[in-house]
Design a protein around this ligand. Structure first.
Ligand code: IDC
Length: 323
């Protein structure tokens, strides 16, 4: 059970109806929250204390656990932890989110190393998702993001689809209906291409990522094409900066994106809750050493203000609602 009044208490198990994510009682839900930077890069930032502050002081509904597959202690490299220890770390974070009553995304953070082709990670992805979906099958608050950002000129939607069609059955065997979020080519921008040949599973959403210093109206137009064709989108990552994660901040364009997402009740998660010296990081350098989870950067201050707006969902009435 989740704490009374918490996001999971109000919304319960999520599912997808048409283009909209809905709560257990079928009401549209827009969730807002933060993404970790790499769990292995800034482990000091991801503790029960920091997550408690994110819930109590920042008002998040959801936290994303970014598990880089290759870079910086990537899961597949055994550099930071063994796979068993990494799994235990992730499981602990998932349990902390449950205790706090927030949703969490387990993000298989495919990015630079390898080739940008998620199939490159398949040998590790299959056992990872088998383990995670068996372990968390009864955890209503978990969502599975199977490939952060497919990228590279040669990586087409057909390749991503092939990967998804290998991974999704593994998850579905353990966990028949939790939300699965699938990345799209060009760093999760080509949702319009996915819409031409969507996946044939229920409760699937598609990843749309933007950085407001780089991605503007043209990307919203591409996303609208996908929505018009019936895709359900989830902005599992966006930044207020350029796509490098640094440079800027670009609040005017970000406001336009926020209005666009609000109008469509599209959920969003900001990159990133970390104190790296880069402008997308929501914390000032040194925050993790001092344990001050409200020592915000310019971007963090802006995001915190957005998170403090009234909740964008209607309660199902807790655990004892009736249809
Ligand atoms: C960036 C980090 C940066 C790190 C880099 C590694 O902000 O500190 O050095 O990754 O490659 C993404 C990725 C996300 C990126 C982010 C900013 O999902 O991992 O983080 N970004 O570049 N897609 C678009 C932008």
């Amino acid at each position: 059970t989740y704490p009374e009044g918490s996001p999971v208490y109000h919304n319960g198990k999520l599912s997808v109806q048409g283009t909209q994510m809905v709560s257990e009682c079928g009401k549209p839900v827009q969730l807002r929250g933060m993404s970790s930077h790499g769990l292995a890069w800034f482990p000091k930032c991801y503790t029960e204390a920091s997550l408690t502050a994110l819930v109590k002081d920042w008002n998040i509904d959801i936290f994303r656990l970014a598990i880089y597959t290759h870079e910086w202690g990537g899961y597949t490299t055994n550099q930071w932890k063994s796979k068993d220890d990494y799994n235990a770390y992730i499981d602990n974070m998932v349990d902390i989110c449950a205790k706090l009553g927030i949703y969490c995304i387990i993000d298989w953070h495919v990015l630079n190393d390898g080739s940008g082709d998620p199939n490159y990670t398949l040998d590790d992805a299959i056992p990872f998702w088998d383990y995670m979906s068996a372990k968390h099958k009864d955890d209503k608050h978990v969502l599975y993001e199977i490939c952060n950002e497919p990228n590279g000129f040669d990586v087409k939607w057909a390749d991503v689809k092939e990967y998804a069609e290998a991974v999704i059955p593994v998850i579905r065997k353990n966990d028949p209906d939790k939300i699965i979020i699938c990345g799209t080519p060009t760093w999760s921008q080509d949702v319009d291409l996915a819409a031409q040949d969507p996946l044939s599973y229920d409760n699937v959403m598609y990843t749309l990522h933007f950085y407001s210093g780089t991605h503007t109206q043209y990307l919203r137009d591409k996303a609208q094409v996908a929505i018009n064709k019936g895709l359900a989108l989830f902005v599992t990552e966006f930044g207020t900066t350029q796509a490098s994660g640094d440079g800027g901040v670009y609040f005017d364009e970000c406001n336009t994106w926020m209005d666009w997402m609000d109008a469509r009740k599209i959920s969003w998660v900001n990159w990133s809750f970390a104190d790296k010296p880069e402008s997308s990081a929501a914390l000032k350098p040194g925050a993790s050493n001092s344990g001050d989870w409200n020592m915000v950067s310019e971007s963090g201050q802006y995001i915190k203000r957005k998170l403090s707006q009234p909740k964008s969902y209607e309660s199902c009435g807790g655990h004892h609602h009736h249809h």
